[in-house]
Design a binder for this molecule. Sequence first.
Ligand SMILES: Cc1cc2nc3c(=O)[nH]c(=O)nc-3n(C[C@H](O)[C@H](O)[C@H](O)COP(=O)(O)OP(=O)(O)OC[C@H]3O[C@@H](n4cnc5c(N)ncnc54)[C@H](O)[C@@H]3O)c2cc1C
Length: 404
Amino acid sequence: MSHTRTVLIVGGGIAGPAAAMALQKAGLDSVVYEAHPGSAENIGAFLTVAVNGVNALRTLGADQPAIAAGFPTTEIIVWSGTGKRLGAAAVSMTLADGTTGYTLKRADLYAALHNQAASRGIRIEHGKRLAAADAVSGGVRAGFTDGTSATADILIGCDGVHSTVRRIIDPTAPAPDYAGLINLGGYVRGVPVTAEPGTYHMIFGKRAFFGYALAPTGEVWWFANVPEPEEPTRDSRARISSSEWRQRLTDLFADDAGPATQLIQATAHQLAASPVHTMPRLRAWHTDRMIVIGDAAHAPSPTSGQGASLAIEDAVQLAKCLRDLPGPDRAFGTFEQLRRPRVEKIIKQAARVNNNKAATGLGRILRDRTMPVLMPAYVRFIANGKPGRQLYAHHIDWDTPCTY
Ligand SMILES: Cc1cc2nc3c(=O)[nH]c(=O)nc-3n(C[C@H](O)[C@H](O)[C@H](O)COP(=O)(O)OP(=O)(O)OC[C@H]3O[C@@H](n4cnc5c(N)ncnc54)[C@H](O)[C@@H]3O)c2cc1C
């Protein structure tokens, strides 16, 4: 079977533009179709691109522009709601050349990746929501909700945790799991915090989880994970105003040590809550012409700090497989075999931490007692151990042919 030449990429978040750049480097033509008419909604959302993600961006020559609006982040200090320091852990590893992980506003990362792709001549079409996709002779045809369609040799679904492509590939694929937490976040100036720039402070509060980091600009970036057993609907979330959220969060963190309540009260911009989802294991990531990558295939809990980095690694690895292996089916199969063990291990580790975030009552007391003992061992494990190296030092060698 001949090599793939043309590609439809559905979703222009992180995996989409990264895949387009990787495919171009591999000699394939692609067009990115993004549902949002402009940039995605990103109120208060920020994330960390771990060193393995920066490393994968470097393979694409896109690391510097992508992380330019962020700041290096290397450590998490963990506190109990009573103000007891529970321990510290590496957020990332520092590679031999000084490369480390970066914290970025999601909107800045999206914009930087879009600009990089566009500057390389890659076409990104906005306002194109995929509705259906079918196999046609020698390829695939995508149909969009605006009535237009496009055809190519293959289609790559980079359409996130609520992926449409995933359901087209396997109509029986599981829906995302709600993690029992909602997330809110914000940015504040003028509230003094005792923190080194580049260090996250995470507080396992009595009723909810709070995290913040001081940016070198003096702005404090914060987020809250609030346990909510039933997933709130979009409508019920929309009915809660920002001032109501501020009050709710202030009440939730009122009994906790740390700056949570001052930071929340001082946040002037709108607050928006989003439920946290993860993806259960999928039976199949691909058919012979379509595949899902990034969150669409394997969204880990945000707690892992790895979703974006894994999406970028996927993009690089898939482009290599399509470059080196004859026919998309063989390339997709090899890609899945290469990627599954890594992503599934990371998903498992993150799920354990999520359970701690939602702990209440006896679970919370146990957590606060065991963490000071477990954290130092965990730090040594991540900083010096093989698991840490496997997680952060992962490097996809572009020049080595893709085999399995
Ligand atoms: C609160 C929170 C905190 C997080 N923190 C971190 C962190 O610190 N570190 C980290 O690495 N990861 C983090 N993540 C996860 C990270 O954001 C995701 O793993 C990452 O965005 C996945 O990239 P993606 O391109 O696969 O999907 P997305 O970034 O979700 O992009 C999917 C794109 O597809 C588009 N789309 C959807 N449906 C369609 C359709 N039918 N047609 C066309 N386009 C469509 C969407 O509009 C979107 O632009 C966090 C996530 C959350 C929710």
